[in-house]
Ligand binder design. Structure first.
Ligand SMILES: [Zn+2]
Length: 233
């Protein structure tokens, strides 16, 4: 199954929140068999949001493909679930199946930023800006979180790897990499609940589905980076 890697920018006014930090060309080369299209930080800058305007960075979970450009946002406040950092600094982290799926330098950077006081370690749900909240769902990793954005009443859930593909959440089929398989089902339920309001069911955006590119407009051409930027709302 082809797989895409997304980061999302939540922009309003002159400030923005970045959801996840992709992976670098160095990591793509180390892991092989991965195409690196370009820096998401450069894409944000092309959209009018240079690094200094990105005040917050949500790390949905600490797998390597979500933490890569952390070091290029040294002054962003990081929003991470407490149990995610606890897991990657805990007694199971050295097991090959776990340690192979994170970039150890990025995990160390998260620890360093926490010592510097620039990480909000969340336990459960938190509002991080007007209309933007994060929610612990677990399942894929110990502290997997999703992001909900209220865009003028339309509820958008950035599911990240709580649902890699549309099919995971739509057909109730968990992805194969799991911390807890029953937890993946609970994460589907929670994502659906978060996307629903009294009168509508909003959008759940999966973390790695190439179908996302077919459902939303490519807005990169106007800024010279065609096929790199899709606008959800
Ligand atoms: Zn991922």
């Amino acid at each position: 199954m082809p797989i895409d890697y997304f980061v999302w920018l939540i922009a309003g006014g002159s400030e923005a929140i970045l959801v996840d930090a992709g992976y670098t060309p160095e990591v793509a080369e180390q892991r092989g068999n991965r195409i690196h299209l370009g820096s998401p930080i450069e894409a944000c800058a092309a959209l009018g949001y240079p690094p200094k305007s990105i005040k917050s960075l949500v790390i949905t979970h600490a797998h390597y493909d979500h933490t890569g450009y952390l070091h290029e946002l040294p002054s962003a406040r990081i929003h991470l679930q407490e149990r995610e950092l606890a897991f990657w600094t805990g007694r199971h982290a050295h097991r090959a199946m776990y340690r192979s799926i994170v970039d150890q330098g990025d995990v160390l950077e998260l620890v360093r930023r926490n010592f510097a006081g620039s990480v909000d370690l969340i336990d459960g749900d938190a509002d991080i800006a007007p209309g933007v909240s994060v929610h612990l769902v677990g399942g894929h990793t110990a502290g997997m979180q999703v992001v909900r954005v209220d865009v003028e009443g339309q509820l958008i859930v950035l599911a990240s790897d709580a649902s890699h593909f549309y099919e995971n959440v739509e057909a109730d089929k968990p992805f194969s990499i799991t911390h807890s398989t029953p937890g993946m089902f609970d994460a589907f339920d929670r994502s659906r609940e978060l996307a629903s309001s009294r009168d509508s069911v909003g959008l759940i955006i999966p973390g790695h589905d190439p179908g996302v590119r077919a459902r939303f407009p490519d807005v990169g051409a106007a800024i010279g980076i065609e096929s790199r930027v899709w606008q959800i709302a």
